[in-house]
Design a binder for this molecule. Structure first.
Ligand code: NAD
Ligand code: ZN
Length: 375
């Protein structure tokens, strides 16, 4: 019996308030309205950004269904949807691509102006939610809320992908892999023979390393306070691994000494103000570029002396690796299918969706890179 046009009752991980465990609840998922798509989830990764939302580092309105790195199958579509149909394999996009705004029309910008609503208001583009639980509306997260057996997204927040793709792997193209890889190849534009430093060796940081290596960097210095991350970093392409806690000097000085005055490209992939400054300082003062990838704590500032930029450094950042989401995700999946890169290094754990709290505990304990939840 078709579920199209009907409310679906299913399980979702609801977060009722900040810093609490997820609660697996029965939720009602309303049918998609015009220009919306309802998706049956198949696999979802756990990213540190979800944890930032749990603990308040990233602002979200509660109650909320988190999750933003996933893959699934279209269950039904609303009126006017043309780019996907029921049965299609898809990846939801936490940065939409409306295709019409100033940023979408810009050759390089990717933070579509339609992102703002889904990020701050916890709704779909029409300003309302499709989830209810125990009679109360539940907020969406980044317009996609993937920790649910079914979700509804705007058409601009979903991309159709190759029907043969393994969803339990390509779900990482929905955030971690793409963000890291693109930060190296699109945002920093890492050059052949260059020297790079990557701060933070989680799923996103390892993907930065994969991108630096693909771009032909000759030295990739991996930095983390958890030395258990070093083996994977080397597997991804790091040439050296260092732990700031092993040195008396600030890590930026250690790296500057190792690299004749500083690296060509540095990346902060943790989400801390002190490491953002260390990453900036460890790139060469006259010809280095530093990229902010980690999400900084909500509403905090960093003060810096502009002389750090005056001599020629470049300081930049970006979301989703600078990729225009709806155009690029199907191409990245095609590249994965053509074996241009592997995602296996990033996947350390696979758990049934109901064990989501266990997955977050692994991340917080530094024992996982990516945990994939299967539905
Ligand atoms: P993760 O938690 O898996 O990895 C972070 C790593 O940083 C860990 O290995 C940890 O040991 C290390 N670390 C922590 N404190 C450190 C310190 N003081 N010095 C050195 N290393 C330290 O996280 P992730 O999922 O890889 O995400 C990394 C960051 O990227 C997060 O802030 C996340 O929110 C952000 N993110 C940004 C985007 C984007 O579009 N810009 C997308 C996804 C994730
Ligand atoms: Zn993410």
């Amino acid at each position: 019996m078709s579920t199209a046009g009907k409310v679906i009752k299913c399980k979702a991980a609801v977060l009722w308030e900040t810093s609490k465990p997820f609660s697996i609840e029965e939720v009602e998922v309303a049918p998609p309205k015009a220009h919306e798509v309802r998706i049956k989830m198949v696999a979802a990764g756990i990213c540190r950004s979800d944890d930032h939302a749990v603990n308040g580092t990233m602002y979200v309105p509660f109650p909320v269904i988190l999750g933003h790195e996933a893959a699934g199958i279209v269950e039904s579509i609303g009126e006017g949807v043309t780019t996907v149909k029921p049965g299609d394999k898809v990846i939801p996009l936490f940065t939409p691509q409306c295709g019409k705004c100033r940023v979408c029309k810009h050759p390089e910008g990717n933070f579509c102006l339609k992102s703002k609503l889904s990020q701050n208001q916890g709704s779909l583009q029409d300003g309302t939610t499709r989830f209810t639980c125990r009679g109360k509306p539940v907020n969406h997260f980044l317009g996609i809320s993937t920790f649910s057996q079914y979700t509804v997204v705007d058409e601009m927040s979903v991309a159709k992908i190759d029907a043969a793709s393994p969803l339990e792997k390509v779900c990482l193209i929905g955030c971690g892999f793409t963000t890291g890889y693109g930060s190296a190849v699109n945002i920093a534009k890492v050059t052949r023979g260059s020297t790079c430093a990557v701060f933070g060796l989680g799923g996103v940081g390892l993907s930065v390393i994969i991108g630096c290596k693909a771009a032909g960097a000759s030295r990739i210095i991996a930095v983390d306070i958890n030395k258990d991350k070093f083996a994977k970093a080397k597997e991804a392409g790091a040439t050296e691994c260092i732990n700031p806690q092993d040195y008396k000097k600030p890590i930026q000085e250690v790296i500057a000494e190792m690299t004749d005055g500083g690296v060509d490209f540095s990346f902060e992939v943790i989400g801390r103000l002190d490491t953002m400054m260390a990453a900036l300082l460890c790139c060469h003062e006259a010809c280095g570029t530093s990229v902010v990838v980690g999400v900084p704590p909500y509403s905090q500032n960093l003060s810096m002396n502009p002389i750090l930029l005056l001599l020629g450094r470049t300081w930049k950042g970006g979301v989703f690796g600078g990729y225009k989401s709806k155009d690029s995700v199907p191409k990245l999946v095609a590249d994965f299918m053509a074996k241009k890169f592997s995602l296996d290094t990033l996947i350390t754990n696979v758990l049934p969706f109901e064990k989501i709290n266990e997955g977050f505990d692994l991340l917080r304990a530094g024992k996982s890179i990516r945990t994939i939840l299967t539905f």
